[in-house]
Write a protein that binds this ligand. Structure first.
Ligand code: WT7
Length: 662
């Protein structure tokens, strides 16, 4: 971390907004002053951008902190706000989604059509017995039906739990069971890397272990043969034959909208719960403010998958509540060629592009000649999310995608925060490459030391949020104690330090001399691989679930492409043959085992077979040392090591092995 700090300290470049954008920006510098003067009145005005069936009585009830209630007594329907009101205002023919399949097939979905499909899906779900408060799991590729499924749940007050299509049957099973989902919405498969990739068999495997599931709705996408059971229904035979008439009924502002699972420090993922009014208020406002979205003229494209929070907030709820026209792409960036993303920008004349640092670094690796081969002149703003973007990648993005002149919004937020929290405002901020800059209007962020004291400019520490915000998580599904423990017990009232509740984000951060915020990555043992949070403990338990592994320790090592890469140290069980080829075979087997258990994203880059692990006297694995080994640094302080000879064995590379990336 000290190395990263030093680099960041040297970064002094600053880029003012383009004059034209600044002159026409949706949000100006006044917003900061207005929000500072009266934060709740500010959010109340942003809530007013939505349609409410019943006005709220109170903006925020924080009397039961850290359990918040926003827009108390208010009622609204999320799908009505994303669809009906645009259609009723005469914008039904406006394109909502320009969808591009990986093989090159396309669909143009207008607001009227998205509305009709959502009404049909709402009716079909109701016919299957789904009522308000029921949970519905969604396991789909990037097809328009993913947005329809989410909106249909929102429309009838069912709580959706979207599970990323790359997750394994075990991960899907755990998530369905944790939420007791009644229905699963899936597809036969999707197209990835030039071929059909099946989803239905994974669902079949999971549903066999999930008695709560009564029905499975299956979208036909690839046309491949699928096994069929009594619980299965084709989407085109149920949804597409259902009545398109459906009147959206309003729900309480605090009605649960969705659960989204995120990795924690234990093997059990956390079901992050988001509710209705506050969530839609902040996702809608931040789409308007941070992307400067002009629904009449912009073509917006967020390259995230719908299975991550970015897809929830900035493909579905934020853009659609603003009436945006957007691009949705099914596949990978290099299928059938490495220029695919830029071809799509060119084809649909994308104006606002929101993507991840891992993608930008991959594009850097492929070379600037590739974007140079396309007409990217439609672009007017670039966004980044998911992990710290290093200044080199920031500058490359601006230079080779942004013609050396476009503003970049580096947006910091989390599954838990629901919406963007720290980011430049594109018409206001003089952005520094690598810094998320300042908290948005209405958000109070700070960097504190171990004691929870605000650090002065130039200081580093932990990122915290000092005031509740509308799209904050309300709890961890079924585990209020873990909610308090994880986020509210490190600093502030929850740590018996004063009366104010302080949210601990889990990220290291630094304030520069101007007070601008630089994110430095997770301070706990969650790894950030290609923008995805994966817990070390989760991978460790996957390794230990293999019959040849006795114990395992996992660390995230800095990786030029994926941000962090998973490096594992495994102690083989006594009788295991790990000599020569047998060792290599075991390593390959273990990597595949983790991928099968947790999904390909969790596949370790490298596994080292070791006789022992470095531990403190209390038995805690010393990850810091392992990280040093994984990153080939000389070892730090080993005085608290139980058996320092262990480290000699590890660094001498006994049984080391590195396999190719997928
Ligand atoms: C963690 C949250 C936010 C949607 C995608 C990830 C890291 C996110 C940034 C950024 C530095 C960032 C943080 C955060 N992160 N955006 N702009 N700069 N770090 O959601 O899976 O909940 O992960 O991603 O470490 O805590 P998530």
């Amino acid at each position: 971390m000290s190395e990263a700090l030093a680099n960041l300290l040297n970064e002094t470049r600053q880029f003012p907004p383009p004059a034209e954008l600044a002159a026409n920006a949706n949000v100006t510098a006044d917003a900061y002053a207005e929000a500072a003067e009266d934060r709740l009145a500010f959010w109340e005005r942003q809530a007013g951008r939505l349609h409410w069936a019943r006005q709220w009585d109170q903006v925020l009830d924080w009397s039961n902190a850290p359990f918040a209630k926003w827009f108390v007594g208010g009622q609204l329907n999320v799908a009505y706000n994303c669809l009906d009101r645009h259609v009723e205002a005469g914008r039904g023919d406006k394109v909502a989604i320009h969808w591009e399949g990986e093989p090159g097939d396309t669909r143009t979905v207008t607001y009227a059509e998205l509305h009709r499909l959502t009404c049909q899906a709402a009716n079909a779900l109701t016919d299957l017995g789904v009522t308000a408060g029921d949970r519905v799991a969604i396991y789909l590729p990037m097809v328009p039906e993913a947005a329809v499924a989410m909106l249909a749940c929102a429309r009838i007050g069912a709580t959706h739990s979207v599970v990323f299509g790359g997750f394994s049957a075990d991960a899907l099973t755990n998530r369905i069971q944790d939420a007791s989902a009644k229905v699963v919405i899936t597809a036969d498969g999707g197209f990835r890397r030039g071929k059909p990739s099946a989803l239905k068999p994974t669902v079949d495997e999971a549903v066999a272990k999930c008695p709560s599931v009564e029905h499975v709705l299956v979208v036909r996408r690839t046309g491949e043969e699928v096994a069929w059971s009594g619980k299965d229904h084709w989407w085109h035979e149920t949804v597409e034959t259902a009545s398109p008439e459906h009147t959206a009924q309003p729900f309480d502002a605090e009605h649960p909208l969705y659960i989204l699972y995120t990795s924690g420090t234990t093997a059990r993922p956390k079901g992050i719960l988001h509710t209705t009014g506050g969530y839609l208020t902040q996702t809608s406002y931040t789409t308007h403010a941070v992307f400067d979205l002009k629904p009449e003229t912009d073509v917006y494209w967020c390259t995230a998958d719908i299975g991550w929070v970015t897809g929830h907030s900035y493909i579905v709820y934020g853009p659609l509540s603003n009436g945006a026209t957007q691009v949705m792409y099914e596949g990978t960036p290099d299928t059938p060629h490495k220029g695919r993303f830029w071809e799509i920008v060119d084809k649909y004349k994308v104006t606002l592009l929101y993507t991840a640092p891992t993608l930008i670094r991959t594009m850097m690796k492929w070379g600037e000649d590739i974007p140079a081969g396309y007409d990217l002149s439609s672009l007017r703003l670039l966004g980044s999310v998911g992990e710290p973007i290093n200044p080199e990648a920031w500058i490359w993005y601006r230079q080779h995608v942004g013609r050396g002149e476009l503003p970049i919004v580096d947006t910091w937020w989390q599954t838990e925060t629901g919406a963007i929290m720290i980011s430049p405002l594109p018409g206001v901020t003089h952005a520094k490459p690598g810094s998320a800059m300042t908290a948005l209007p209405g958000i109070v962020a700070d960097v504190v030391d171990d004691q929870g004291q605000s650090v002065p400019n130039g200081g580093g520490g932990y990122l915290v949020l000092r005031e509740p915000w509308p799209s904050m998580l309300r709890t961890i599904w079924g585990d209020d104690n873990r909610f308090i423990e994880t986020y509210w017990s490190r600093f502030g009232a929850g740590a018996n330090h004063g009366d104010d509740w302080v949210y601990f984000a889990g990220d290291g951060a630094k304030k520069d001399d101007d007070g601008h915020i630089w994110l430095l990555g997770r301070v706990d043992d969650v790894m950030l691989v290609s923008g995805h949070n994966i817990s070390t403990t989760e991978v460790e338990s996957a390794l230990v679930s293999h019959p040849s592994v006795a114990e395992a320790a996992v660390v995230g090592a800095t990786d030029p492409t994926t941000g962090q890469a998973i490096v594992a140290f495994a102690i083989p069980r006594g009788s295991t043959d790990i000599s020569g080829e047998a060792g290599e075979r075991l390593i390959a087997d273990l990597r595949n085992h983790v991928a099968k258990t947790l999904g390909p994203i969790a596949k370790p880059r490298q596994i080292m077979l070791v006789p022992e692990l470095p531990k403190t006297r209390s038995g805690k694995i010393m990850r810091r040392l392992l990280r040093d080994v994984a990153e080939n640094r000389s070892l730090g302080d080993v005085t608290t090591l139980q058996d320092s000879s262990v480290m000699d064995l590890i660094s001498s590379g006994m049984g080391g092995g590195k396999s190719d990336e997928d």
